[in-house]
Design a binder for this molecule. Structure first.
Ligand SMILES: Cc1ncc(COP(=O)(O)O)c(C=O)c1O
Length: 394
């Protein structure tokens, strides 16, 4: 069979720890870093009960295990993944984020499994060395990011040297890696000994990251159908509304008038009152049950509504409301105001010449001796986003 295995697997040499006969002699090899004290009575009792109740052969249920691990580690349960030992987690990271030939950095010497996982994928392994003088090879590791490295392992404290990497060094590596798209594994398998953790960096680099998400037309449908919008109470997973077939039963392709919600906290619609842009869709009617719709309205999570251009009144009914959307809603945002979407197309009116009547408008401007605008209504949404992101960067 061996010859059918991938070349990089054929090249692996077996890892043969001297495990044989240890159970009979009751011996404990401290360098195997096994538990030095017996398993707690509670655990023995629970396992025994499972055996007696015939539950061992049943696939496991995690119950609230993720919550408990999340509480212990100070992360959200959605950031916890249960694997068969952290070894399987490490293997999954290598296989998920790297491919054959990718460069990976494993400051060395370190835990044998890192090298094995990298070799299984076929990575090119770079091994800056720990030294007695400097400890962790910080400069070389940081420098490697510039050379297009795909993944860096930070084992903290390191097995087998026991060396610590400082949190400042980890932060510098992670922030440089983030810009370069390099993945960083911080292995804290021995946290209980060092009591040093980089877990706060998750909040800093992931949770606090003020990303903006905009979905237009199909993109808006995706955000709603995935349950990302309206995203009540940070729940971005359970769908509670939808976009249904237009009341007309057909595709509508025409320009509409929108009134923006001045009470909305959406970062993209600030200072926008009205807009003239097209709809181009067959399924744009927002529907939700009464409770959800009430919450959308009360929270001011609707960003814009279709209006009658003459009366300026909200257009609840087709045809001025092009799809029959509930409460004439054309777009929604989440509670943070950073994730939002709409059915009409602001990107279709970026230039003055995009307006369907631009030639007539041009004449009107000229007749009145007025300056012809350069841009269309839709651009303001994108300008607002850029302005917001520039503010976040500062
Ligand atoms: C640094 C390091 N990470 C991960 C592991 C894997 O531990 P587990 O038994 O959870 O797979 C070990 C085991 O020795 C280790 O030394």
């Amino acid at each position: 069979m061996t010859k059918y295995a991938l070349p990089q697997i054929q090249e692996l040499s077996p890892y043969n720890p001297p495990l044989g006969g240890r159970r009979e002699t009751n011996s404990l090899l401290l360098n195997f870093n096994e538990r030095t004290v017996p398993v707690p009575v509670k655990v023995t009792e629970a396992l025994t009960a499972m055996l007696i109740d015939n539950k061992v052969q049943i696939y496991p249920e995690y119950g609230d295990l993720c919550n408990k691990i999340g509480d212990y580690c100070g992360v959200k349960n959605s950031e916890v993944m249960i694997t068969n030992g952290s070894g399987q987690g490490i293997d999954l990271i290598f296989r998920t984020f790297t491919k054959k030939g990718d460069k990976v950095v494993i400051p060395s010497p370190s835990f044998a499994l890192f090298y094995q996982c990298a070799k299984v994928v076929g990575n090119e392994i770079i091994t800056p060395e720990y030294t007695f003088e400097k400890g962790f090879p910080f400069e070389e590791t940081l420098e490697s990011i510039r050379d297009g490295v795909k993944l860096i392992v930070l084992c903290n404290p390191n097995n087998p040297t026991g060396t610590l990497v400082s949190l400042e060094e980890i932060e510098m590596i992670v922030s440089t890696a983030r810009e370069a798209g390099t993945v960083v594994i911080v292995d804290e398998a021995y946290f209980e000994f060092s009591k040093v953790t980089a877990v706060d960096l998750i909040k800093k680099f992931v949770v606090d990251e003020k990303k903006v998400v905009l979905g237009i037309c199909n993109g808006f449908q995706v955000l709603i159908k995935l349950g990302i919008l309206p995203g009540f109470d940070e729940n971005y997973e359970d769908q509670n509304s939808s976009l249904a077939l237009n009341d007309s039963g057909r595709y509508e392709d025409r320009w509409v008038n929108l009134k923006f919600n001045s009470e909305s906290n959406c970062i993209a619609t600030k200072g926008i009152d009205e807009m003239y842009i097209p709809v181009r869709h067959g399924e744009g009617k927002i529907i939700a049950n009464d409770d959800v719709m009430e919450k959308i309205m009360d929270n001011n999570q609707y960003i814009a509504q279709y209006i009658n251009p003459e009366t300026k009144k909200i257009a609840v009914k087709y045809p001025i409301n092009p799809n029959g959307s509930t409460n004439a809603i054309a777009g929604l945002s989440d509670e943070t105001g950073r994730i939002f979407g709409l059915m009409p197309h602001p990107e279709a009116n970026l230039l003055f010449e995009n307006h369907p009547h631009w030639t007539r408008l041009k004449r009107d401007y000229e007749d009145k001796g007025m300056k012809i605008p350069e841009h269309g209504d839709g651009l303001k949404i994108f300008k607002n986003i850029v302005e917001y992101l520039e503010g976040v960067k500062k």
